[in-house]
Ligand binder design. Structure first.
Ligand code: NAP
Ligand code: G4F
Length: 375
């Protein structure tokens, strides 16, 4: 199916209506008259797909930015989400981001696009800086320009609310545990450095231009839709392959690293809640519980009645130049101020992922073939 962009006429008609209403004072029930529009960058990723589903159930018109001429994930996304409206654009290309914001006329923009795999950020550090770091600048600039906000802070034409996908990877070599919104950053990878740039830039656009721009500092979140290169999915796919007799070994890196792992489907709700507040505030989002990769192996292999010690081999190819040893969130501000809480516990999450991969592989399905790649 071809990519369907919203037609120019529809987009222009809406902007004229909005402009007229802005000029003549917006009636209090305006939002009920015009349904809310969200533009999601990174819609083909794990979080993008869950966020698009969530916002659709909340009555939003959802638009997604997709890059490339023949992006293979567009077909998967359409199978999952049906009539999602997609706009071509790339975070490396300022004009395409401006054009997407102009066309969609969104009420909210969620910037989820990034090079998000930490080891890749050493292999392609400059590209990571361009997409994960400067990409944030390009989205903020698109919003600023399309809203008519000038450098002199003169009032713009209404507020487009902006969400930035910040990361617990920014805490890196942690200064305190658990980590809160006040914990200083000490990133340990080019990815973490790029995310810190995007985080501070979002804060700066809020302070410089009065934009409603917030960052969610999200800890690791996973699901059966997680990319096969990340450790949880690599393990759930590995267990399924071993159980079904396709593989005998699973090669991994540092087994003592600890992460605060939650379910991606729970975390996208926090993104929307943050944009629904009266004031723009950044929040830490996580479970407050930390597990090692070894704990993860224990749970995942047990789901399939296997012992990980019989199958796991440590391989120096997966050890990182600099590691983040332990992450643990203190999500109390999010719980108390915006009412967000995670629902799915670690054990259920891992069991769900292993069972989904057993089902996928035994029914002849294929995951991305990154399992065992020497990143
Ligand atoms: P993901 O599955 O890796 O998705 C990344 C998305 O970015 C994909 O849709 C990808 O599109 C898009 N993208 C990459 N380069 C692009 C470019 N130049 N222009 C436009 N789009 C581009 O990541 P995720 O797990 O959903 O995470 C979403 C966001 O949250 C990311 O920013 C990530 O860094 C951040 N985050 C994630 C976690 C986590 O645990 N999942 C935790 C904290 C923060 P293609 O399909 O074209 O590749
Ligand atoms: O699953 P990971 O690759 O996730 P990582 O590096 O924590 O990054 C993820 O979470 C961040 C939030 O903190 C996001 F911002 C980021 O975009 C991404 O979603 O690795 C988790 C841990 C690491 O300590 C790693 O060294 O697992 C360890 N690990 C051990 N063996 C491995 C492997 N990781 C991978 N990917 N592959 C292994 O073979």
């Amino acid at each position: 199916m071809p990519i369907c962009c919203r037609d120019e006429a529809g987009s222009l008609a809406r902007s004229r209506v909005t402009a007229r209403l802005v000029a003549a004072e917006r009636p209090p029930n305006l939002e009920a008259i015009l349904s809310r529009r969200a533009l999601i960058t990174g819609i083909t990723g794990q979080d993008g797909s869950y966020l698009a589903e969530y916002l659709t159930t909340q009555g939003y018109e959802v638009f997604g930015l997709v890059r490339g001429q023949r992006n293979p994930r567009v077909r998967q996304l359409r199978q999952l989400l049906g009539d999602v409206r997609l706009i071509r654009g790339d975070l490396l290309d300022q004009g395409s981001v401006i054009s997407a914001v102009e066309r969609v006329q969104p009420d909210e923009v969620y910037n989820l696009a990034a090079i998000s795999y930490v080891p890749m950020s050493w292999a392609q550090a400059e590209l990571t800086g361009e997409v994960t770091g400067l990409g944030v600048l390009r989205v903020l600039e698109a919003i600023r320009v399309c809203s008519g906000i000038s450098a002199s802070r003169s009032p713009g034409r209404g507020q487009i609310r902006f969400y930035q996908a910040s990361s617990s990877e920014m805490f890196g070599m942690v200064r305190e545990s658990p980590q809160t919104e006040q914990t200083p950053f000490h990133p340990r990878s080019p990815y973490g450095v790029a995310k810190a740039y995007g985080h501070f830039l979002t804060q700066n656009y809020r302070e410089s231009y009065g934009m409603f721009a917030v960052s969610g500092i999200l800890f690791n979140h996973e699901s059966p839709r997680r990319g096969a290169e990340f450790v949880t999915r690599k393990i759930s796919l590995g267990v399924a392959k071993i159980k079904l007799g396709y593989e005998r070994q699973l090669r991994l890196g540092n087994l003592s690293a600890r992460r605060d792992w939650g379910f991606a489907g729970d975390y996208v709700g926090a993104m929307a809640l943050m944009l629904g507040q009266d004031e723009p505030v950044d929040y830490v989002i996580g479970t407050g519980v930390t597990h090692s990769v070894e704990d993860l192996l224990d749970h995942a292999f047990k789901v399939a009645d296997l012992d990980w010690r019989d199958h796991v081999v440590t391989d120096a190819a997966f050890i990182r130049p600099a590691e983040v040893d332990k992450l643990c969130a203190d999500p109390s501000a999010a719980r108390e101020q915006i009412g967000w809480e995670p629902k799915m516990a670690f054990e259920e999450l891992i069991a769900t992922m292993v069972e989904a991969d057993l089902e996928l592989l035994s029914s002849g399905g294929h995951a991305e073939e990154s399992f065992g790649d020497a990143w």
